[in-house]
Ligand binder design. Structure first.
Ligand SMILES: *Cc1c(COP(=O)(O)O)cnc(C)c1O
Length: 410
C-alpha cells in the first residue's frame, strides 16, 4: 500500500456519490456526455480568491496566470474575480481578450515571443514582460512600425531562488528574463525609446508550500525592485512579485497557510523604499487559484490481475492528466488523491490496486498501489487537484485518443 495525497476537505458525497459543485459525479458525466471529464467548480475558485484577498494587503492586485487552466467558461467567470490575466503566448492573448479581460490588465511573459505575437500584443495594448534585450529591440521596432506606444515591463531573472520551489524559475543562468545586473539598463533603454515603461516582473519559482520561503522571496523581490528602480531613476508603475503558492498534492503535504505571508507582505510594503511608494504591487498565481477546484473523472474499463497485483484500467490517462502520472515536473512519482466517485466514503479494501490509464506505456499510472473500495468495471474514478495543469498541460494528441471533456459548475 502506498499513501496518497489529501482529498481537499470540502468534498462530500450523497449516498456515496461524490458531489462536485453540489452535483453528483455520475450526473455530471451524463450532462457532459461521457468520460473522461474535467469538472471545475467556480465557487471553489471564488472562495480561494476571497481567502487570498482577506489575507493579503488590501491594495495588492491579484493576477491569474491562465496557462494553469484556460477553459473559456472558467476564464469568463474569472474576469470579475481577479485584477488581471497573465498570458504566455499569442494563443492565450486570444483567450484572455475573448473572455473579456481589459487589455490594460493583461501582461504577456514568456521567452521566444514571435514577431506576430509581439505585433498582436502591441496592437491590443497589453503589457509585454520583456524577456531579453533582443526582444525589446523587436518590440520597439514593431511598435514604431505600428505607430503605437508599447507598454513594456522588464522581466528580471532575480539573483535568488524561491526555496523549496517545485519548479525553479529564477537564480542562476535562466532562459527567463534579463539578469538582475542588466535589468535597469534595459528599463532605461525602453524609457529613452519613448515606450510606456510598466515596471518589473520578478518571478522566482512555483509550487512552494513553506510560508517562510515565500515571505523571504517576496521581501527580496521588493528590495530588488527598489534597487533596480533607483538605478533607473524612475518609479515603476507596477511591481509584479510573481507567485509560487503551492497546493498540497502529495502524502505529507500540508496546505499552505497564506495568513503569515499576508502579514509579512503588509509589513514589507509598509517599509518599502520611497521610490516604490506610488507603485502598484501584484501577485500572479495559477495553480493555487484553480488547482483544487478541478476533478478529473474517468471510467473503469477493466479490472485485471498480474502476478498478484490488481490493475484498474480507466478510459483516461496521462494524455489528459500528465501531472498525476508523475511526469510533469516531479522528481519522484507520488500519488495524487484518488477516489471511486460512486463509492465515495466507503471503506477501502485491504488489497491495494494500481490505477492505470489507457495509454500503451508504463508511464501511464495514475495511482500506484492505492487503497480504494472494491472496484468494478463501470465505476467512476475521481482524481482530485486536477484544476491546474491538467487539460492545459497534457499531451492530448499522444496515441490518438479523444480530448477530455470539460465542464464548469457553480
Ligand atoms: C507558470 C507561471 C505562473 C503560474 O505559476 P503557478 O505555479 O501556476 O502559480 C506565474 N507566472 C509566470 C511567469 C509563470 O511562468
Amino acid at each position: 500500500m502506498k499513501p496518497m495525497g489529501p482529498v481537499p476537505p470540502w468534498f462530500a458525497a450523497e449516498e456515496n456519490m461524490l458531489l462536485i459543485g453540489g452535483c453528483g459525479a455520475a450526473s455530471l458525466v451524463d450532462e457532459a456526455g461521457d468520460t473522461p471529464l474535467f469538472v471545475y467548480d467556480i465557487d471553489i475558485v471564488a472562495a480561494q480568491v476571497r481567502r487570498l484577498r482577506d489575507a493579503m494587503p488590501p491594495a495588492l492586485s491579484i493576477h491569474y496566470a491562465i496557462k494553469a487552466n484556460a477553459f473559456a467558461p472558467l476564464l469568463e467567470r474569472m474576469v470579475p474575480l481577479v485584477d488581471g490575466f497573465d498570458i504566455a503566448s499569442g494563443g492565450e492573448l486570444g483567450y484572455a481578450l475573448n473572455a473579456g479581460m481589459a487589455p490594460d490588465r493583461i501582461s504577456f511573459a514568456g521567452p521566444g515571443k514571435r514577431d506576430d505575437e509581439l505585433t498582436a500584443a502591441i496592437s491590443a495594448g497589453i503589457t509585454l514582460n520583456l524577456e531579453s534585450e533582443g526582444e525589446a529591440d523587436r518590440a520597439l521596432a514593431i511598435a514604431a512600425r505600428l505607430g503605437k506606444t508599447p507598454r513594456l515591463a522588464v522581466r528580471v531573472n532575480p539573483d535568488f531562488d524561491l526555496r523549496g520551489s517545485g519548479m525553479r524559475m529564477g537564480g542562476g543562468a535562466k532562459p527567463f528574463g534579463v539578469d538582475a545586473d542588466r535589468a535597469a539598463a534595459l528599463a532605461r533603454r525602453v524609457i529613452d525609446a519613448g515606450a510606456d515603461w510598466r515596471g518589473w516582473h520578478i518571478f522566482a519559482g512555483s509550487q512552494a508550500l513553506d510560508p517562510m520561503a515565500l515571505i523571504e522571496t517576496q521581501a527580496a523581490t521588493i528590495d530588488l525592485a527598489a534597487r533596480l528602480s533607483d538605478d533607473v531613476g524612475a518609479s515603476p508603475p507596477l511591481v509584479n512579485l510573481g507567485g509560487g503558492f503551492g497546493i498540497a498534492y502529495f502524502p505529507g503535504d500540508e496546505r499552505l497557510d497564506i495568513r503569515p505571508i499576508g502579514v509579512a507582505l503588509d509589513d514589507a510594503l509598509e517599509k518599502r523604499a520611497d521610490i516604490l511608494k506610488s507603485s502598484e504591487f501584484a501577485l500572479e498565481l495559477g495553480r493555487w487559484l484553480v488547482g483544487e477546484a478541478g476533478v478529473y473523472l474517468t471510467r473503469v474499463i477493466d479490472v485485471k490481475q498480474s502476478q498478484g497485483e490488481t490493475f484498474v484500467v480507466v478510459d483516461g490517462g496521462l494524455h489528459h492528466q500528465l501531472a498525476a502520472s508523475g511526469n510533469f515536473g516531479t522528481v519522484v512519482r507520488r500519488n495524487y488523491p484518488i477516489a471511486i466517485a460512486n463509492r465515495f466514503g466507503r471503506e477501502p479494501s485491504d488489497e491495494p490496486v494500481s490505477v492505470v490509464g489507457c495509454l500503451c506505456t508504463p508511464l501511464d499510472r495514475l495511482g500506484d498501489k492505492v487503497a480504494l473500495p472494491p472496484v468494478k468495471v463501470g465505476d467512476l474514478v475521481a482524481i482530485f487537484l486536477a484544476g491546474a495543469y491538467g487539460a492545459s498541460a497534457s499531451p492530448a494528441a499522444f496515441l490518438g485518443h479523444p480530448p477530455p471533456r470539460e465542464l464548469l459548475v457553480g
